[in-house]
Design a protein around this ligand. Structure first.
Ligand code: B16
Ligand code: MG
Length: 212
């Protein structure tokens, strides 16, 4: 087998929290009088919390904000977002994802998470995968976010695997770029499916089985 491990992005691959991100950012944008819609929300996919805030603030007409003020705005959004996360349950893990993970696990593959989110462990716990992955690399252990490859390099390192032994699964172009920048092969799903830098194009999560 070409790969010994799979590094999964979380949001948009294992489960879907983009709607909750949208609703929480929308509340913040409305509070600040900033225009924000689903189209702009697409640009936040796979991007860190602070980078997301900076994208939203591109339309802000008020006086320049200090770093502290920006931190407060990001916390305000995260508090709203976490309330949605706490309503998630194992029912938010689809049967397709669960069955595919089971199949791949039975092939002896190791699994890691490579997510930009600082809430990754909470999300995994909510959907019943709290102890499932062999390693978790997330927004808490990185300095540079996607398209920097740090989150995936750390994931491979935590598994004790070389880059060439790991396949990255991503839904965001920024994530595919991150994988590519470190020399990882990648499988793209959703918005990343037809992105030319992906090694494999997945129409649906279970297509991953065909890679192995
Ligand atoms: P948080 P992923 C990413 O998760 C989301 O796609 C992105 O929309 C979000 O801004 C980022 O996590 C940071 O999330 O605010 O929870 O730290 O796709 O990398 O799993
Ligand atoms: Mg994602």
């Amino acid at each position: 087998m070409k790969y010994r491990a799979i590094i999964f992005d979380l949001d948009g691959v294992i489960c879907h929290t983009d709607r909750y991100h949208y609703l929480a950012w929308k509340q913040l944008a409305d509070k600040l009088g900033i225009y924000f819609d689903e189209q702009i929300n697409h640009r936040l996919r796979g991007v860190s919390r602070m980078d997301s805030l900076n994208i939203i603030l591109e339309r802000y007409k008020g006086k320049p904000l200090s770093e502290d003020e920006k931190e407060n705005l990001a916390s305000y959004k995260n508090d709203i977002y976490k309330k949605y996360l706490l309503k998630m349950s194992p029912e938010d893990l689809s049967k397709e994802v669960s069955d595919t993970l089971c199949y791949l696990r039975n092939l002896g593959l190791e699994f890691a998470i490579g997510s930009s989110s600082k809430n990754a462990r909470l999300i995994l716990k909510q959907i019943g995968l709290g102890d499932y992955f062999d390693a978790i690399s997330d927004g808490n252990n990185i300095r540079y976010s996607k398209p920097n490859p740090e989150v995936f390099l750390k994931a491979a390192d935590y598994l004790g695997r070389r880059v060439s032994e790991c396949l990255v699964v991503e839904d965001a172009k920024a994530g595919v770029d991150a994988a590519h920048n470190a020399g990882f092969d990648s499988a793209g799903i959703g918005e990343a499916a037809d992105y030319p830098l992906t090694t494999y194009q997945l129409n649906k999560f279970s297509d991953l089985i065909n890679v192995f």
